[in-house]
Write a protein that binds this ligand. Structure first.
Ligand code: ZN
Length: 109
């Protein structure tokens, strides 16, 4: 995946704080705190990953084609289309033939 998993932070954080606690908590209090923060961060990240995973799965189930349709596409259709003189079908501005009937004359919109 290319990114560090939350459980790695959790394990390293606990390890660092545990080591500093074993040796000398007063001298290594900074490491202890950093380790605890890392562990907390890892835990939060794990929770977020799990949430994201289930959220993604839920989205894929409900809307499988969501990423292929852009919300701005509808507003762009009007300005980049021309209508066939023969059948009235809207065609893309750059197309030379009507995709419906093959006619070459267009109304410019
Ligand atoms: Zn046509």
């Amino acid at each position: 995946m290319g990114r560090i998993h939350g459980s790695a932070y959790l394990i390293i954080g606990f390890f660092v704080s545990f080591i500093s606690w074993i040796f000398d908590l007063r001298k290594l209090i900074v490491f202890f705190v950093v380790g605890l923060i890392m562990a907390l961060y890892g835990g939060a990240r794990m929770g977020f990953d799990i949430y994201e995973y289930y959220h993604e799965r839920k989205n894929k189930k409900n809307q499988p084609m969501q990423q292929q349709t852009h919300p701005q596409q509808h507003s762009q259709v009007r300005s980049t289309t021309k209508h066939c003189k023969s059948c009235g079908t809207p065609n893309h501005l750059v197309s030379k033939f009507c995709h419906q009937c093959g006619h070459t004359n267009f109304h410019m919109m």
